[in-house]
Ligand binder design. Structure first.
Ligand code: UD1
Ligand code: UDP
Length: 365
Protein backbone atom coordinates (compact mmCIF):
# COMPACT_ATOMS: atom_id res chain seq x y z
CA UNK A 1 0.00 0.00 0.00
CA UNK A 2 1.06 3.55 -0.61
CA UNK A 3 -0.22 5.84 2.12
CA UNK A 4 -0.11 9.61 2.32
CA UNK A 5 -0.27 10.66 5.97
CA UNK A 6 -1.20 14.20 6.93
CA UNK A 7 0.08 15.74 10.16
CA UNK A 8 0.20 19.34 11.26
CA UNK A 9 -0.36 19.77 14.98
CA UNK A 10 1.45 18.58 18.10
CA UNK A 11 -0.87 15.70 19.08
CA UNK A 12 -0.75 14.35 15.53
CA UNK A 13 3.02 14.00 15.59
CA UNK A 14 2.69 11.75 18.65
CA UNK A 15 0.04 9.51 17.05
CA UNK A 16 1.92 9.39 13.74
CA UNK A 17 5.10 8.40 15.59
CA UNK A 18 3.66 5.10 16.76
CA UNK A 19 1.72 4.33 13.58
CA UNK A 20 4.45 5.31 11.07
CA UNK A 21 6.95 2.92 12.61
CA UNK A 22 4.57 0.00 12.13
CA UNK A 23 3.22 1.13 8.76
CA UNK A 24 6.67 1.48 7.21
CA UNK A 25 7.63 -2.12 8.01
CA UNK A 26 5.54 -3.31 5.07
CA UNK A 27 4.21 -0.29 3.23
CA UNK A 28 5.24 3.00 1.67
CA UNK A 29 4.36 6.14 3.60
CA UNK A 30 4.60 9.68 2.26
CA UNK A 31 4.48 12.05 5.21
CA UNK A 32 2.96 15.48 4.65
CA UNK A 33 3.38 18.16 7.34
CA UNK A 34 0.95 20.97 6.68
CA UNK A 35 3.00 23.38 8.78
CA UNK A 36 0.11 24.20 11.11
CA UNK A 37 2.46 23.98 14.10
CA UNK A 38 5.89 25.28 13.26
CA UNK A 39 7.88 26.46 16.29
CA UNK A 40 10.76 24.13 17.10
CA UNK A 41 9.20 23.07 20.39
CA UNK A 42 5.76 22.55 18.82
CA UNK A 43 7.00 20.50 15.86
CA UNK A 44 10.61 19.57 15.05
CA UNK A 45 11.36 18.59 18.66
CA UNK A 46 8.67 15.88 18.41
CA UNK A 47 10.17 14.55 15.18
CA UNK A 48 13.59 14.31 16.82
CA UNK A 49 12.50 12.86 20.16
CA UNK A 50 10.14 10.30 18.68
CA UNK A 51 12.31 9.50 15.66
CA UNK A 52 9.50 10.37 13.27
CA UNK A 53 10.70 10.12 9.68
CA UNK A 54 11.32 13.50 8.10
CA UNK A 55 8.30 14.88 6.28
CA UNK A 56 8.39 14.36 2.51
CA UNK A 57 6.47 17.59 2.09
CA UNK A 58 6.20 20.59 4.41
CA UNK A 59 3.48 22.85 3.12
CA UNK A 60 4.34 25.73 5.44
CA UNK A 61 0.70 26.69 6.05
CA UNK A 62 -0.22 28.11 9.45
CA UNK A 63 -2.17 30.86 11.19
CA UNK A 64 -5.00 32.97 9.81
CA UNK A 65 -8.68 32.26 10.11
CA UNK A 66 -10.04 28.71 10.07
CA UNK A 67 -11.30 29.17 6.51
CA UNK A 68 -8.06 30.60 5.17
CA UNK A 69 -5.89 28.00 6.84
CA UNK A 70 -8.08 25.07 5.84
CA UNK A 71 -8.58 26.38 2.29
CA UNK A 72 -4.88 26.88 1.68
CA UNK A 73 -4.16 23.39 3.01
CA UNK A 74 -6.88 21.91 0.81
CA UNK A 75 -5.29 23.36 -2.31
CA UNK A 76 -1.77 22.31 -1.41
CA UNK A 77 -2.71 18.77 -0.31
CA UNK A 78 -4.69 18.24 -3.50
CA UNK A 79 -1.54 18.91 -5.50
CA UNK A 80 0.46 16.42 -3.45
CA UNK A 81 -2.22 13.76 -3.87
CA UNK A 82 -2.43 14.30 -7.61
CA UNK A 83 1.31 13.80 -7.83
CA UNK A 84 1.62 10.86 -5.45
CA UNK A 85 -1.56 8.93 -6.39
CA UNK A 86 -1.68 6.98 -3.09
CA UNK A 87 -3.94 4.06 -2.17
CA UNK A 88 -4.83 5.79 1.10
CA UNK A 89 -4.96 9.11 2.85
CA UNK A 90 -4.43 8.73 6.60
CA UNK A 91 -5.49 11.49 9.01
CA UNK A 92 -5.58 11.82 12.79
CA UNK A 93 -7.87 13.63 15.18
CA UNK A 94 -9.73 16.84 14.57
CA UNK A 95 -7.55 19.72 13.51
CA UNK A 96 -7.84 21.88 10.43
CA UNK A 97 -5.07 19.74 8.90
CA UNK A 98 -7.29 16.67 9.41
CA UNK A 99 -10.26 18.19 7.62
CA UNK A 100 -8.21 19.63 4.76
CA UNK A 101 -6.49 16.28 4.17
CA UNK A 102 -9.71 14.30 4.34
CA UNK A 103 -11.61 16.59 2.02
CA UNK A 104 -8.83 16.85 -0.56
CA UNK A 105 -8.58 13.05 -0.79
CA UNK A 106 -12.30 12.32 -0.77
CA UNK A 107 -12.82 14.71 -3.69
CA UNK A 108 -10.17 12.80 -5.62
CA UNK A 109 -11.82 9.48 -4.72
CA UNK A 110 -8.85 8.42 -2.63
CA UNK A 111 -10.05 6.42 0.39
CA UNK A 112 -9.60 8.25 3.69
CA UNK A 113 -8.71 6.47 6.92
CA UNK A 114 -9.63 8.56 9.97
CA UNK A 115 -7.97 7.66 13.25
CA UNK A 116 -9.78 8.86 16.39
CA UNK A 117 -13.06 8.68 14.53
CA UNK A 118 -16.38 9.01 16.33
CA UNK A 119 -15.21 11.30 19.13
CA UNK A 120 -17.93 13.87 19.75
CA UNK A 121 -18.38 16.81 22.10
CA UNK A 122 -21.86 17.68 20.82
CA UNK A 123 -20.82 21.33 20.85
CA UNK A 124 -21.17 22.89 17.41
CA UNK A 125 -19.25 25.99 18.51
CA UNK A 126 -16.22 23.79 19.23
CA UNK A 127 -14.15 24.17 16.03
CA UNK A 128 -12.73 20.65 16.34
CA UNK A 129 -16.25 19.16 16.45
CA UNK A 130 -16.95 20.41 12.92
CA UNK A 131 -13.65 18.97 11.71
CA UNK A 132 -14.44 15.59 13.31
CA UNK A 133 -17.98 15.33 11.96
CA UNK A 134 -17.04 16.33 8.41
CA UNK A 135 -14.01 14.03 8.31
CA UNK A 136 -15.97 11.06 9.64
CA UNK A 137 -18.71 11.51 7.07
CA UNK A 138 -16.32 11.54 4.10
CA UNK A 139 -13.93 8.83 5.32
CA UNK A 140 -13.94 5.26 4.01
CA UNK A 141 -12.51 3.72 7.16
CA UNK A 142 -13.38 5.05 10.60
CA UNK A 143 -11.11 3.86 13.38
CA UNK A 144 -12.34 4.65 16.87
CA UNK A 145 -10.17 4.88 19.97
CA UNK A 146 -12.95 3.92 22.38
CA UNK A 147 -16.35 2.29 22.56
CA UNK A 148 -18.04 5.67 23.03
CA UNK A 149 -16.68 6.65 19.60
CA UNK A 150 -18.22 3.50 18.13
CA UNK A 151 -21.54 4.33 19.82
CA UNK A 152 -21.54 7.89 18.44
CA UNK A 153 -20.89 6.58 14.94
CA UNK A 154 -23.72 4.09 15.24
CA UNK A 155 -26.11 6.97 16.01
CA UNK A 156 -24.91 8.70 12.83
CA UNK A 157 -25.30 5.61 10.66
CA UNK A 158 -21.55 5.17 10.20
CA UNK A 159 -21.09 1.74 11.82
CA UNK A 160 -20.51 -0.19 8.61
CA UNK A 161 -17.27 1.66 7.97
CA UNK A 162 -16.16 1.73 11.62
CA UNK A 163 -13.85 -0.41 13.76
CA UNK A 164 -12.54 -0.15 17.31
CA UNK A 165 -8.73 -0.12 17.43
CA UNK A 166 -7.83 1.60 20.71
CA UNK A 167 -5.98 4.84 21.24
CA UNK A 168 -2.55 5.40 19.68
CA UNK A 169 -1.95 8.00 22.42
CA UNK A 170 -2.07 5.09 24.86
CA UNK A 171 0.45 3.14 22.74
CA UNK A 172 2.73 6.18 22.81
CA UNK A 173 2.28 6.70 26.54
CA UNK A 174 3.23 3.10 27.28
CA UNK A 175 6.17 3.17 24.89
CA UNK A 176 7.68 6.48 25.91
CA UNK A 177 6.89 6.79 29.63
CA UNK A 178 10.01 6.38 31.67
CA UNK A 179 12.35 7.47 28.86
CA UNK A 180 12.91 10.77 30.66
CA UNK A 181 13.37 11.25 34.37
CA UNK A 182 12.23 14.33 36.17
CA UNK A 183 15.80 15.22 36.96
CA UNK A 184 16.55 15.24 33.23
CA UNK A 185 13.76 17.63 32.47
CA UNK A 186 14.93 20.98 31.28
CA UNK A 187 14.45 22.41 34.72
CA UNK A 188 16.60 25.23 33.48
CA UNK A 189 13.28 26.49 32.25
CA UNK A 190 12.27 26.84 35.80
CA UNK A 191 15.64 28.01 36.99
CA UNK A 192 15.92 28.66 40.64
CA UNK A 193 12.22 29.14 41.02
CA UNK A 194 11.52 25.45 41.10
CA UNK A 195 10.62 24.30 44.50
CA UNK A 196 9.06 21.64 42.32
CA UNK A 197 9.85 18.15 43.48
CA UNK A 198 8.38 14.95 42.06
CA UNK A 199 4.75 14.45 43.03
CA UNK A 200 4.63 17.91 44.64
CA UNK A 201 3.50 20.14 41.82
CA UNK A 202 0.44 20.55 39.61
CA UNK A 203 0.58 20.37 35.82
CA UNK A 204 -1.54 22.92 33.92
CA UNK A 205 -2.15 23.34 30.20
CA UNK A 206 -4.70 25.63 28.55
CA UNK A 207 -4.89 26.50 24.87
CA UNK A 208 -8.40 25.90 23.50
CA UNK A 209 -10.03 28.57 21.40
CA UNK A 210 -12.98 28.47 23.82
CA UNK A 211 -10.64 29.46 26.68
CA UNK A 212 -8.46 32.01 24.94
CA UNK A 213 -10.93 34.55 23.58
CA UNK A 214 -10.43 36.95 26.50
CA UNK A 215 -8.62 37.19 29.86
CA UNK A 216 -11.42 35.86 32.03
CA UNK A 217 -10.82 32.10 31.85
CA UNK A 218 -7.07 32.27 32.31
CA UNK A 219 -7.40 34.80 35.13
CA UNK A 220 -9.80 32.50 36.98
CA UNK A 221 -7.61 29.44 36.43
CA UNK A 222 -4.57 31.37 37.66
CA UNK A 223 -6.51 32.61 40.72
CA UNK A 224 -7.26 28.99 41.59
CA UNK A 225 -3.68 27.87 40.96
CA UNK A 226 -2.38 30.59 43.26
CA UNK A 227 -4.24 29.04 46.18
CA UNK A 228 -2.81 25.54 45.78
CA UNK A 229 -0.40 23.93 48.22
CA UNK A 230 2.34 23.26 45.65
CA UNK A 231 3.73 25.06 42.61
CA UNK A 232 1.89 24.89 39.32
CA UNK A 233 3.82 24.27 36.13
CA UNK A 234 2.27 25.68 32.95
CA UNK A 235 4.07 25.20 29.61
CA UNK A 236 2.29 27.83 27.58
CA UNK A 237 0.98 27.13 24.06
CA UNK A 238 1.97 30.00 21.72
CA UNK A 239 -1.70 30.91 21.27
CA UNK A 240 -1.81 32.01 24.90
CA UNK A 241 1.71 33.20 25.53
CA UNK A 242 1.26 36.94 25.55
CA UNK A 243 -1.89 36.79 27.66
CA UNK A 244 -0.47 34.34 30.20
CA UNK A 245 2.73 36.34 30.73
CA UNK A 246 0.81 39.60 31.08
CA UNK A 247 -1.76 38.26 33.55
CA UNK A 248 0.89 36.63 35.71
CA UNK A 249 2.84 39.86 35.83
CA UNK A 250 -0.14 42.16 36.40
CA UNK A 251 -1.49 40.00 39.20
CA UNK A 252 1.93 39.13 40.67
CA UNK A 253 1.04 35.45 40.83
CA UNK A 254 3.97 33.60 42.39
CA UNK A 255 2.81 30.02 42.64
CA UNK A 256 2.56 29.70 38.92
CA UNK A 257 5.61 28.80 36.83
CA UNK A 258 5.26 29.60 33.13
CA UNK A 259 7.54 27.89 30.64
CA UNK A 260 7.86 27.48 26.91
CA UNK A 261 6.09 24.36 25.57
CA UNK A 262 7.99 21.24 26.58
CA UNK A 263 8.70 18.19 24.42
CA UNK A 264 6.54 15.08 24.55
CA UNK A 265 8.94 13.06 26.69
CA UNK A 266 9.05 15.86 29.23
CA UNK A 267 5.32 16.31 29.09
CA UNK A 268 4.47 12.71 29.93
CA UNK A 269 7.17 12.71 32.56
CA UNK A 270 5.49 15.76 34.08
CA UNK A 271 2.14 13.95 33.92
CA UNK A 272 3.58 10.88 35.64
CA UNK A 273 5.02 12.91 38.50
CA UNK A 274 2.30 15.54 38.94
CA UNK A 275 0.09 15.65 41.97
CA UNK A 276 -2.94 16.58 39.87
CA UNK A 277 -3.61 17.97 36.41
CA UNK A 278 -5.68 20.92 35.21
CA UNK A 279 -6.17 21.18 31.46
CA UNK A 280 -8.38 21.79 28.46
CA UNK A 281 -6.34 19.43 26.27
CA UNK A 282 -7.91 16.29 24.87
CA UNK A 283 -4.56 14.51 24.95
CA UNK A 284 -3.63 15.52 28.46
CA UNK A 285 -6.99 14.39 29.85
CA UNK A 286 -6.26 10.90 28.56
CA UNK A 287 -2.65 10.92 29.74
CA UNK A 288 -3.80 11.93 33.23
CA UNK A 289 -6.13 8.93 33.09
CA UNK A 290 -3.34 6.60 31.88
CA UNK A 291 -1.11 7.82 34.73
CA UNK A 292 -4.00 7.55 37.23
CA UNK A 293 -3.75 11.22 38.12
CA UNK A 294 -6.78 13.26 39.08
CA UNK A 295 -7.70 15.65 36.26
CA UNK A 296 -9.84 18.78 36.10
CA UNK A 297 -10.98 19.83 32.64
CA UNK A 298 -11.84 23.47 32.02
CA UNK A 299 -14.40 23.04 29.26
CA UNK A 300 -18.16 22.89 29.22
CA UNK A 301 -18.28 19.67 27.22
CA UNK A 302 -16.96 16.16 27.65
CA UNK A 303 -14.28 15.07 25.17
CA UNK A 304 -13.53 11.58 26.45
CA UNK A 305 -16.45 10.15 28.46
CA UNK A 306 -14.39 7.09 29.46
CA UNK A 307 -12.23 9.30 31.67
CA UNK A 308 -15.18 10.91 33.49
CA UNK A 309 -15.69 8.08 35.97
CA UNK A 310 -15.13 7.70 39.69
CA UNK A 311 -14.10 11.35 40.04
CA UNK A 312 -11.02 10.76 37.84
CA UNK A 313 -11.72 13.58 35.39
CA UNK A 314 -14.24 16.31 36.19
CA UNK A 315 -15.40 19.31 34.25
CA UNK A 316 -15.01 22.64 36.03
CA UNK A 317 -16.36 26.03 35.09
CA UNK A 318 -13.73 28.70 34.51
CA UNK A 319 -14.35 29.95 38.04
CA UNK A 320 -11.62 29.67 40.70
CA UNK A 321 -13.94 28.32 43.40
CA UNK A 322 -15.29 25.56 41.14
CA UNK A 323 -11.80 24.52 40.03
CA UNK A 324 -10.60 24.31 43.65
CA UNK A 325 -13.73 22.45 44.74
CA UNK A 326 -13.31 19.83 42.02
CA UNK A 327 -9.57 19.51 42.65
CA UNK A 328 -10.39 18.69 46.28
CA UNK A 329 -12.73 15.84 45.40
CA UNK A 330 -11.29 12.30 45.57
CA UNK A 331 -10.92 9.87 42.68
CA UNK A 332 -11.16 6.11 42.72
CA UNK A 333 -9.07 4.07 40.30
CA UNK A 334 -10.47 0.71 39.22
CA UNK A 335 -7.43 -1.32 38.15
CA UNK A 336 -9.33 -3.51 35.68
CA UNK A 337 -10.80 -0.60 33.70
CA UNK A 338 -8.85 -0.08 30.42
CA UNK A 339 -11.12 1.67 27.92
CA UNK A 340 -8.32 2.90 25.62
CA UNK A 341 -7.20 -0.48 24.31
CA UNK A 342 -4.21 -2.69 24.97
CA UNK A 343 -1.37 -0.49 23.75
CA UNK A 344 -1.33 -2.10 20.29
CA UNK A 345 -3.65 0.20 18.42
CA UNK A 346 -0.98 1.10 15.83
CA UNK A 347 -0.84 -2.52 14.66
CA UNK A 348 -4.64 -2.63 14.55
CA UNK A 349 -4.80 0.57 12.50
CA UNK A 350 -2.41 -0.80 9.87
CA UNK A 351 -4.19 -4.18 9.85
CA UNK A 352 -7.59 -2.53 9.34
CA UNK A 353 -6.22 -0.64 6.34
CA UNK A 354 -4.74 -3.84 4.88
CA UNK A 355 -8.01 -5.74 5.29
CA UNK A 356 -9.98 -2.94 3.64
CA UNK A 357 -7.47 -2.78 0.79
CA UNK A 358 -7.66 -6.54 0.16
CA UNK A 359 -11.46 -6.43 0.21
CA UNK A 360 -11.47 -3.56 -2.25
CA UNK A 361 -9.09 -5.46 -4.52
CA UNK A 362 -11.19 -8.60 -4.42
CA UNK A 363 -14.27 -6.57 -5.30
CA UNK A 364 -12.36 -5.15 -8.26
CA UNK A 365 -12.67 -1.55 -7.06
C1 UD1 B 1 -4.80 23.30 17.06
C2 UD1 B 1 -6.08 22.48 16.90
C3 UD1 B 1 -6.54 21.98 18.25
C4 UD1 B 1 -5.44 21.24 18.98
C5 UD1 B 1 -4.16 22.06 19.00
C6 UD1 B 1 -3.05 21.20 19.52
C7 UD1 B 1 -7.50 23.30 15.08
C8 UD1 B 1 -8.79 23.95 14.75
N1 UD1 B 1 -7.17 23.29 16.37
O1 UD1 B 1 -5.11 24.43 17.84
O2 UD1 B 1 -7.60 21.06 18.04
O3 UD1 B 1 -5.86 21.00 20.29
O4 UD1 B 1 -3.83 22.49 17.68
O5 UD1 B 1 -2.06 21.95 20.15
O6 UD1 B 1 -6.84 22.83 14.19
N2 UD1 B 1 1.22 29.17 16.75
C9 UD1 B 1 2.52 29.53 16.90
N3 UD1 B 1 3.48 28.57 16.79
C10 UD1 B 1 3.19 27.26 16.56
C11 UD1 B 1 1.83 26.90 16.45
C12 UD1 B 1 0.86 27.86 16.53
O7 UD1 B 1 2.84 30.70 17.10
O8 UD1 B 1 4.11 26.44 16.47
C13 UD1 B 1 0.17 30.19 16.78
C14 UD1 B 1 -0.50 30.30 15.40
O9 UD1 B 1 0.19 31.15 14.56
C15 UD1 B 1 -1.88 30.77 15.75
C16 UD1 B 1 -2.12 30.21 17.15
O10 UD1 B 1 -0.86 29.81 17.67
O11 UD1 B 1 -1.90 32.17 15.80
C17 UD1 B 1 -3.09 29.05 17.12
O12 UD1 B 1 -2.58 28.00 16.30
P1 UD1 B 1 -3.57 27.05 15.47
O13 UD1 B 1 -2.78 26.02 14.79
O14 UD1 B 1 -4.51 27.87 14.67
O15 UD1 B 1 -4.49 26.40 16.59
P2 UD1 B 1 -4.14 25.66 17.95
O16 UD1 B 1 -4.64 26.49 19.07
O17 UD1 B 1 -2.73 25.26 17.96
N1 UDP C 1 2.27 18.32 25.37
C1 UDP C 1 3.61 18.52 25.10
N2 UDP C 1 4.19 19.70 25.51
C2 UDP C 1 3.49 20.66 26.15
C3 UDP C 1 2.11 20.44 26.40
C4 UDP C 1 1.53 19.27 25.98
O1 UDP C 1 4.28 17.66 24.55
O2 UDP C 1 4.08 21.69 26.48
C5 UDP C 1 1.68 17.05 24.92
C6 UDP C 1 0.76 16.37 25.88
O3 UDP C 1 1.47 15.57 26.82
C7 UDP C 1 -0.08 15.54 24.95
C8 UDP C 1 -0.22 16.42 23.72
O4 UDP C 1 0.85 17.35 23.81
O5 UDP C 1 0.61 14.38 24.57
C9 UDP C 1 -1.54 17.11 23.71
O6 UDP C 1 -1.54 18.09 22.73
P1 UDP C 1 -2.39 19.43 22.83
O7 UDP C 1 -2.80 19.66 24.21
O8 UDP C 1 -1.60 20.46 22.14
O9 UDP C 1 -3.63 19.10 21.90
P2 UDP C 1 -5.00 18.33 22.12
O10 UDP C 1 -4.70 17.01 22.68
O11 UDP C 1 -5.86 19.18 23.00
O12 UDP C 1 -5.59 18.28 20.75
Amino acid sequence: MKVVTIVGARPQFIKAAVVSHILRKKHTEILVHTGQHYDYNMSQQFFEELAIPEADYNLGISGGTHGKMTGRMLMAIEEVLQKEQPDWLLVYGDTNSTLAGGLAAAKLHIPVCHVEAGARTYSRTNPEELNRICTDHIAALLLASTQSGMDCMEKEGLSERAALVGDPMYDAFLEYSGRTELTDIRLALLEGTLACVPDKYYYLTCHREENTRNDRTLLEIFRAMEQLDAPVLYPVHPRNKERALRIKQEQAFHNLILTEPVGYLESICLVNHAEKIVTDSGGLQREAFFAEKKCITILDFVCWPETMVEGRNQLAKPVAEDILDKLGQPQRVVETYHPFGDGHSAEKIVKAMEVYQTKRGSEGL
